[in-house]
Design a protein around this ligand. Structure first.
Ligand code: ZN
Length: 116
């Protein structure tokens, strides 16, 4: 298996977005998030590399993506917030929540995509 295919394992197929009154909706990450590009073909997307940072409260993973349709590169930024507490003093039910953002090649925020 190539390194690129392994990077796909780090990318969830879907994330969830919250709709004001209609609950949650799934959106696919198999698409280019650059403005003015409508590529939704996974075969025209190529993960290039991955960066990971681990901090006390957050685990951040940035995956660099190349779109073969618009020839642009962008980044998917996964920010996992660790050890959220459901209740006070309830350590074993701690959970994590992940938020996904799209960034352009310079790390400028293109917007919040959803939760995973
Ligand atoms: Zn594109």
């Amino acid at each position: 298996m190539s390194k690129q295919n392994e990077l796909w394992d780090d990318i969830p197929s879907y994330v969830f977005i919250e709709l004001a009154r209609r609950g949650m909706e799934k959106i696919s990450l198999d698409q280019c998030f650059l403005p003015n590009c409508d590529n939704e073909n996974k075969r025209l997307l190529e993960p290039l590399k991955k960066e990971e940072h681990d901090e006390k409260q957050y685990h951040t993973k940035i995956i660099y993506m190349k779109c073969l349709k618009c020839k642009g590169t962008y980044q998917l930024k996964f920010k996992m917030i660790k050890n959220m507490k459901k209740k006070k003093n309830d350590e074993k039910n701690n959970f994590s929540i992940g938020i996904v953002f799209a960034q352009d090649e310079n790390g400028n925020n293109l917007g919040h995509i959803g939760y995973y």
